[in-house]
Design a protein around this ligand. Sequence first.
Ligand SMILES: Nc1ncnc2c1ncn2[C@@H]1O[C@H](COP(=O)(O)OP(=O)(O)OP(=O)(O)O)[C@@H](O)[C@H]1O
Ligand SMILES: [Mg+2]
Length: 589
Amino acid sequence: MTVSETDLVRRLEAAIGPRYRIESRVASSPDRFLFLGNDQLLRRQVSLRVSLSAPGQAQSWFMLEAEALAQLDHPAIRHVYDFGTVGELAWRIGNWIEGEGLDEAVRRGPRPIPSVHILARALLGALEHAHTRGIIVRRILPSSMIVGPSGRGTLTDLRHSSYALRHIPADELGKGIAFMSPEVRDGATGDPASDVYTAGALLYFAITGREPAAAPEELVPPTRLRPAAPQVFDRLLARAMQRDPWARYITAWEMYEDFTSEAGEIASQATFIGPPRPVSEESVQHWELRLRRALGDDYELLNEIGRGGFGRVYRARDLHLERVVALKILEPVLTQEPAAVERFRREAQLAARLRHPNVVDIYDIGGRYGLLWYTMELVEGPNLAQLVEREGPLPRERVIRMLREGLSALAHAHGSGLVHRDIKPENMLLEPSGALKITDFGLAIALRGFGRLGGKISQSGTPQFASPEQLLGEKVDPRADLYSLAAVASFTLLGRPPFTGRNVQEILAKQTTDVLPDIEAERPDIGPELAQVLSRALKADPEARYATAYEFFHALASADQLQLENEQPFWTEMANRLLRRGMPDHPET
Ligand SMILES: Nc1ncnc2c1ncn2[C@@H]1O[C@H](COP(=O)(O)OP(=O)(O)OP(=O)(O)O)[C@@H](O)[C@H]1O
Ligand SMILES: [Mg+2]
């Protein structure tokens, strides 16, 4: 904190008295500051908005804005509890809102569609409320719309409202025009239809991730920018954002009704609502109980199947479809960050597009009470790590089958632009029929983050199957998956990973010298051709490996073929011997 800021905090403390404790600074511009504070009397967090300007226009502006906020009482508009001035210092105390600015959220990508629905309902309800109190909001910047993990928005700023209009400094008037109606840009006080335009602009930003064109005539329909956007937004925003106010919805309520006539009023039950504070140790221990309650009428928890680095997998019954599924519940500490949840959601959307007999189908993703889960096809068999532990190294034919099926699955995924990034024995499940099912496509790493050497990736505890480029935190492409698959194949042949070490650095050192374990010496039954195929797939340099799953697959097929041919003389000899022995008229018998 700079000296002047320390000074500011001291003056503020003196002004507001002992009731409020200043906890931290959240944001600042040259003359405005936002602090997180604590109301010692009512024991709650509060927001402390501070303006530093000589009494005059700027301070009057700040005061009028606080007054405007104080006129309103709506859950989606910031509440003001108190206000005061001392000299150049003016402050207002309001409710603390957990979340982030819509601008910040959109920086990670357009908002999840169910969240935009929730935002639309809250925003239009809040505007209607303001209009019944005679206040036109006139402009809503994405940065002043705080969104929580469910998407629910809270309007925190009425700086440009009709109430404060006479004190808005001239140089402020032209800021954020994409979020003002054309008549407001021209200086009009505006009317409810002006706010209809602004609401349209804000929803446009949330659903497309882009500011709307300033000229209403140039507006690109949302579905053209984001094909998955519901059609209702094209229609809604085309009408809300007309240049002529009379061509728009006349009130926010009319727009709300049109939206809900199609999208309804029922928010998705499966919206992830994060806990406001990090989960305590104790609640982590009790999460199974929490989970049962969160799953409600949708799933019954049956029993735990296994635990991994970022969650637990349960057998669960889907109570609607009355079938048993696998349900993976994510470790709550990993889902505290909105960015992690969104990365996870995006990966799940991609993974859910895969349709392949050797890939575990994703069914659904959901969350409640701050817990996040997804459901998928239940595979009854063991994973490859368990199988090898139980039965030791696997027969050659079994390994070949695993490789063929794994490569077929990877070819399909890579063709859809998806890289698994965490191929390892625990993610390779075997059905009772022996067929391979790969799980966790892209999902494990989505949550763990794209960790670097010694970073998050080593938390998985299984860097043995990761490619060197992955361990180094470099860009990963499909060849990393092929490397990992070959490492898994060596594991199933030898009963141990090809490269081991006490830490990531040691493993990396072995990988990069390209000194492979002599698989053929230990497993002469696999033949030199297969050993060669694996050693090429395990080259440290991605350029030296097979470039695609197809290339790997063909090399494998011809190695397998060769092996059969090599075996031919042996079988012919055996058959001949048997034949000779079996001949009744043979001279030897
Ligand atoms: N769809 C499924 N059907 C049956 N069992 C599954 C399914 N998905 C996972 N499992 C089992 O649950 C165990 C735990 O899975 P989880 O993905 O949480 O951990 P992991 O794969 O061992 O490690 P990581 O967290 O790094 O992925 C797995 O080892 C696997 O055997
Ligand atoms: Mg897994």
